[in-house]
Design a binder for this molecule. Sequence first.
Ligand SMILES: [Zn+2]
Length: 497
Amino acid sequence: MAPPVGEYAGRMTQGGTIPRFVPTGGDPDPLQALKEEIAERLSDNWRDVRLRLLPSDVEHGSLMGIGLTCVRLYNELNYEKRQAFFKGELTRAKMYEIDRKYYYKYKDALGVNAQAVIRKNDEAWKSFFKLLKLKKRGRLPPHIRKVSPPGYWKDRLTGKKEIHILIRSDRYHLEPIDENGGYLVLEDFGLRIRYAGRIKWEGRQGRLEIIYVNGRWYAYLPIEVGREPPKSNKKGYVRPNHKDGRGRIVNPRSIKQRDPIGDEKAFMDMGLNNLFAVVTTNGYVLLVKGGTIKSEYYWWKREIATYQAVRDLLRNAGFPTWVYYHERYLEAVYTRDERLRHLYLTSIRFLAETLWSRGVRKLYIGYPIMLSQNNGNEYNTNIWWYRKIVLWIVDVFREYGIEVELVPEYYTSRECSICGEVHENGRIYRGLYVCRRNGMKVNADVNAAINMARKQGYKVKITRKIESYIVTHNGVKPLNPDRRANTQDPEIRNPVL
Ligand SMILES: [Zn+2]
């Protein structure tokens, strides 16, 4: 059986068939790239909050009108920049000239929000140029497959516009009503739209982005946590409307909510069957099973492939009904991503809560050294998910005051954590590692995590029974409930989605 294309990250070394990465001169160091990305993320205090907008029919119509105008602006502007780029004429001065021209063309319709749309486009070009530079130096981050100039806000196959609205940070404000939501006021458009969503932080608001996807409106609200708004925009300060029953948000002006209660270290191996295998210096072993994620992933994979196949068949045969299947396909991709994101975030929050309650101060995560040159697509998918999960972990663990460090995973799954040797065929079958010296068996992922600890200079002794959990859409459940039926289990809540 071919190793599954790894939707969710991780080492695909279960079958032992994945070639090991041997660093060569020209290759960027993907671990270093990810470490830098994490450091950058930790250096600021932004949190994005997603709100669901619930417009009336009339308001829906207005939003659509504004959205289409934003998209027209973005696409026209982008077209001109692309033309200039392909002719080799897209200088900084040229960009500025194009921006200016379109600002004046659209400022009557959008007000200063035209500037927000233009900035968004500028940012896309800036990051494109940055990637081009990295590519020239052979330093492209491994999760990037292809570098191409910014595309249009439209579907590539149907040409249907993708609705985005951008609102400058001082041209909107929130009027919360209760802990479930309130009104979003778009000052330049005379709109006051109901929103639903819980906000845990307070701080200065950034540029608002509203999108319309799968028949729903969402607003992405960036908050610079703890920072005061500028004097010119007193209303631009978002306040939290949510505290859970236990008053968990202690200080909404800080991303970090708690301090560690101990000085323990945890070591984690991320894998396919065990989403997380963690050992701690005080002897705990936790396995969070990824079974739900795996089956969910495969279910959607088939669903998506079917829509795709029907779409292509109809399209090639010239039937206009292909568009219907294309839309089902897009919906399925979106739903899959939402569901997986929910499962991952649920597991991550559970892990953070649990490790915090066991006194963990620092978490080491194994970085799979499994770059494979001849297997580009699969590698990219795996590394893409791995990166995404690690960044989610960093974000969530920050709230618990737990530091996260990535460490390379050379041979940690081959060595024996019991005697320290490398046994040929130590991994006898899926999930188990057997010590060839004394015949003891150990869970293969736990084996890897213990080895990881040793490489960091910690001797981990397993003094407790392995705790197994499984993530579901209703939270994380213990797999050995008789033993775990106590009131000390941390309460697991789904993160606000
Ligand atoms: Zn051994």
